[in-house]
Design a protein around this ligand. Structure first.
Ligand code: SF4
Ligand code: ZN
Ligand code: ZN
Length: 323
């Protein structure tokens, strides 16, 4: 039986790139050290109030607990749950996230998408009938990014932390290298991205940790996570470029342990900065409908929202007010 590298107790968690085994306690320490490194090395001291965006899945729950343990004493933390109005799924997720926020003694916030006049359930129906011209997950992604930023800005948070793992980040990275617009998003893909007017900064505490490691952290700490999958999740594995990249990188990592970690380090410490210096911040306009920063006018969220309102045949407000 393998033994923990630190204390010699029976070990059940393996970190292949470090060729190390850990017991549950020392695996948790390893995981939290990696999260701590992101906060210490990349997040400026001036960032005091952080909104932790939690969906109830393994990654965001791991990010929540590790962040609370690592910076809970020095930063003011709050938990944000976005109710997307996905029948059955959103209700179950909310109960889990609220439970964890209370257990950690953190303020629990809910941003309900219904305040914008539609739900992801509505969007899924319209997308399935082909009337939206894009898949529901792409609409949901735009909505989540918009709502978490707007909620943070309107509630005085300096930054939003998300549960994106190294696998997600490397997927965005390699997919982004294939177009000029993609390069701009790679330039912002560091563990910490600064904010601006009506734009909260972003923190990615799991930048140097894999999906598998967040699953192990959740298990080692006996944390409850969402049991069901979103009913709108793509059925076929392999769908989407980022998932293909993720699987390819996992294969490379099996033959060359540590490759993904090295890729993430060079992205964080060199590539994103070099690209940012070369490309600049890009043109930032204001959405003439909601007033939030965007590269297009109206912003992507307002465009989607108004289109869905039209298709639903409802009269909606102008979006100038947060629900
Ligand atoms: Fe949204 Fe798609 Fe994720 Fe469901 S699977 S929560 S629709 S992004
Ligand atoms: Zn140990
Ligand atoms: Zn807008």
């Amino acid at each position: 039986m393998p033994r923990c590298r630190v204390c010699g107790a029976p070990a059940s968690y393996r970190v292949p790139w470090a060729n190390a085994w850990f017991c549950p306690e020392h695996f948790s320490r390893y995981f939290e050290r990696k999260v701590s490194r992101v906060y210490e090395r990349y997040v400026p001291r001036s960032v005091e109030r952080i909104l932790l965006a939690v969906s109830g899945g393994k990654d965001s729950v791991a990010m929540l607990y590790a962040s609370a343990r690592v910076v809970g004493g020095e930063k003011e933390l709050g938990v944000l749950f976005i109710d997307l109005g996905i029948p059955g799924y959103s209700e179950e997720a909310r109960v889990i996230v609220e439970h964890h926020a209370h257990r950690l003694g953190l303020p629990f916030h809910v941003a309900d998408i219904r305040g914008y006049g539609f739900t992801i359930g509505d969007a899924a129906r319209l997308a399935a009938s082909g009337r939206l011209g894009r898949p529901v997950c792409s609409i949901c992604g735009v909505a989540k990014r918009y709502i978490m930023n707007r909620y943070a800005v309107e509630h005085g948070y300096d930054a939003v932390a998300t549960g994106h793992t190294m696998d997600d980040i490397l997927g965005f990275y390699l997919a982004g290298l294939s177009s000029r617009e993609g390069l701009r998003s790679v330039a912002k893909l560091s563990p910490y991205t600064g904010g601006g007017e009506k734009l909260a900064a972003r923190i990615r505490p799991l930048y140097f940790l894999t999906d598998a490691e967040s699953a192990m952290y959740v298990e080692a700490n006996g944390l409850e996570i969402l049991g069901s999958k979103c009913p709108f999740a793509p059925r076929r594995r392999g769908e989407g470029l980022r998932l293909t990249i993720k699987e390819a990188l996992e294969n490379i990592d099996r033959r060359h342990p540590g490759y993904r970690v090295m890729l993430a380090r060079t992205l964080a410490d060199h590539v994103s900065g070099i690209l940012y210096s070369a490309l600049g911040p890009g043109e930032t306009r204001r959405c003439s409908i909601c007033g939030y920063p965007s590269s297009t006018d109206p912003c992507g969220f307002c465009r989607i929202r108004l289109r869905i309102h039209r298709l639903l045949g409802e009269k909606q407000d102008t979006g100038s007010r947060h629900p």
